[in-house]
Design a binder for this molecule. Structure first.
Ligand code: NAD
Length: 328
């Protein structure tokens, strides 16, 4: 099949492009390179463009006639979304709307989007199933929920087939070291732990060690980026087979604490992680762990990287290979 990937120059998008290309699919990346990297577009044709540009989107869809679209392009930082909500509503809501309108104009075809666990807000119970209430507590999560509502309305009005994959914490890197996490600024835990180990930042800032968890630090569900990539491919095939539109969680179901990440990173790298303990961050729940039974059963999806050591090993390999060559 031929797949148009928005945000294919980014972290999860580039891994998905590699995965799709290795499955024998033709891939076209649509990206404005605002946070992505030209060097990471290695498995696809590249069309430079902004998702808010309806005319450009329509022209690219008309030219390439993709069988389906995977939509990663988005602004992704929760903290920034609180400071600058307009940026998030414009990029994530308006940008997603433009993609749906482009499909409405050029002919609807399956659309798989990046959802997020942030749509659940402070969960009522853990592990989190798709049936709990959707109550995002920050603009980032709200923009992703609005995107899902728009998808439902476009499905009703224009028969748009859609699939939203609600990831928990994306982590790790391509096992071959050909792509990996490359955000600036970096807000995610594992790359920041590796940066602290390498002396690129003075210390990791650990927010809160007095939570009601066994070691007092927050527990999250880390899902390897390769497993996210395979889920997108399966979701697209699901829609192309005419199966129903829906939203599903992607996670391993294993809760790992911040301290466990630090200990594992020390074991993998053989180096100490300098860290400082700071107060809790507003809106950080103690536990966020996925119940991904639906993805396993309905998509027949099986994550390959269920151990945190494997995940951190791939991230470490990428970290050493790229910008941080001084750290060996
Ligand atoms: N990283 C995570 O842990 C995580 C968790 C849940 C959901 N997500 C979602 O996954 C998706 C990908 O995240 P990521 O970590 O790969 O982010 P990323 O910043 O690495 O990649 C985003 C890509 O989208 C492009 N882009 C952004 N705005 C654009 C626009 N207006 N037009 C065209 N291209 C644009 C960027 O240049 C970049 O290449 C996002 O939608 C994010 O919300 C990520």
């Amino acid at each position: 099949m031929k797949v148009l990937v928005t945000g294919g120059a980014g972290y999860i998008g580039s891994h998905t492009c590699k995965y799709l290309a290795h499955q024998g699919h033709e891939v076209v990346v649509y990206d404005n390179l605002s946070t992505g990297h030209r060097e990471l577009i290695r498995w696809a044709l590249f069309e430079h463009g902004d998702i808010r540009d309806l005319a450009r989107l329509r022209a690219v869809i008309r030219e390439h006639q993709p069988d389906g679209i995977i939509h990663f392009a988005s602004s992704i930082a929760v903290g920034e979304s609180v400071q600058d909500p307009g940026k998030y509503y414009e990029n994530n809501v308006l940008g997603s709307l433009r993609i749906m309108q482009a499909l409405q104009e050029e002919g609807v075809r399956p659309l798989v989007v990046s959802g997020t666990a942030a749509v659940y807000g402070l969960p009522e119970s853990v592990p989190i199933t798709e049936n709990v209430s959707l109550s995002p507590i920050n603009p980032y999560g709200r923009t992703k929920l609005v995107m899902e509502w728009m998808l439902q309305d476009f499905a009703t009005a224009h028969a748009l087939p859609w699939f939203s994959l609600r990831y928990f914490n994306a982590a790790g890197a391509d096992p071959d070291g050909e792509t990996g996490e490359w955000h600036d600024p970096e807000t995610h835990l594992i790359p920041n732990v590796l940066r602290a180990i390498c002396g690129e930042i003075p210390a990791l800032r650990l927010f809160g060690d007095d939570y009601d968890t066994p070691d007092g630090t927050c527990i999250r569900d880390y899902i390897h980026v390769h497993d996210l990539a395979s889920a997108h491919s399966l979701a697209l095939e699901h829609l192309l087979a005419g199966k129903p539109a829906t939203a599903m969680n992607l996670g391993t179901g294993n809760g790992i604490s911040v301290k466990e990440i630090l200990d594992t990173a020390q074991a993998v790298t053989g180096k100490k992680v300098p860290y400082t303990i700071e107060g809790r961050r507003a809106g950080d729940p103690a536990r966020l762990v996925a119940d991904a039974t639906q993805a396993r059963q309905i998509l027949n999806w099986t994550p390959q990287y269920t151990g945190i050591t494997d995940i951190i090993e791939t991230a470490w390999r990428w970290h050493q290979k790229t910008k941080r060559k001084h750290c060996t």
